[in-house]
Design a protein around this ligand. Structure first.
Ligand code: FPP
Length: 247
């Protein structure tokens, strides 16, 4: 039986973003080192990528490594980086088979060379896939992205290519690393934490937020179903009144 069959197929979020949280606490609860949690987190990445594509999601953005994560113990950072290379190398065939395109946001040029190369390879090989875009946020910071966009816009103004009066939301969106990607309709954060942690700060302006108590390594299609179901029961008003929306 299809796990998503009771969802309204007309109201599947086009873009879901996920803050995958709770790997460390999950590992601790199992009496294991933190890295064990990350390894099991990869299983959830696989399952939720597959589930999102099955349900008809067009963009899935996963917060895999923030600019702040560099300050974790060196051992953990190294383990996360090797896990990423391993996962990339193992999963390219699956991405190809499922017609999924790999993309990244964040400054991947600052990742270890091995990571940079395996991501580049994954992105090149999957560039023409068009069922779903899997966007990994790596060495990503929402604030840094906004600052970068501001710098690019300021340079255009300085060069006389843009009038200050013409700067609007569109100008900003086009200069972010997510340019051309519709903003997430649904944000999921696992593990019970109620924060955005510097993720997609501009893009989340009107996103529906869903917080799950489940630690990421335990997050399965059933939990994704619950999140999408909750999204489908909401009224999105974008600043308007409920009456305006129902008319
Ligand atoms: C948050 O849990 C998780 C991360 C910082 C990393 C997420 C990485 C993976 C799931 C594995 C690799 C990813 C890909 C895309 C292949 P935490 O460590 O902050 O958990 P805690 O809050 O319980 O300590």
């Amino acid at each position: 039986m299809d796990w998503f069959k009771d969802l309204d197929s007309e109201k599947i979020p086009e873009h879901i973003a996920i803050i995958m949280d709770g790997n460390g606490r999950w590992a601790k609860a199992h009496g294991k080192p933190r890295v064990f949690g990350h390894k099991n987190g990869v299983k959830s990445v696989r399952e939720i990528t597959e589930g999102s594509a099955e349900a008809g999601v067009r963009y899935l953005t996963l917060y895999a490594f923030s600019t702040e994560n560099w300050s974790r113990p060196k051992l953990e950072v190294n383990a996360l980086m090797s896990l990423l290379v391993q996962t990339m190398d193992n999963e390219i065939t699956t991405l190809m088979k499922n017609n999924i395109r790999l993309r990244t946001i964040g400054d991947i040029s600052q990742l270890p060379e091995k990571n940079y190369q395996s991501l580049k390879k994954g992105m090149e090989e999957t560039a023409h896939n068009d069922r779903m875009d899997l966007i990994l946020a790596l060495n990503y910071s929402g604030q840094a992205d906004i600052i970068n966009a501001t710098k690019k816009i300021a340079a255009e103004v300085k060069e006389g290519k843009l009038n200050i009066a013409d700067i609007n939301c569109g100008t900003f969106s086009q200069n972010l690393s997510t340019a051309g990607i519709p903003p997430p309709e649904l944000l999921i954060r696992t593990s019970g934490e109620l924060r955005l942690s510097n993720f997609l700060l501009w893009e989340l302006a009107y996103t529906e937020l869903y917080f799950s108590p489940v630690f990421w390594p335990d997050f399965r299609k059933q939990h994704l179903y619950d999140a999408i179901k909750s999204f489908q029961q909401r009224e999105r008003r974008f600043g308007k009144t409920g009456e305006q929306i129902s008319n």
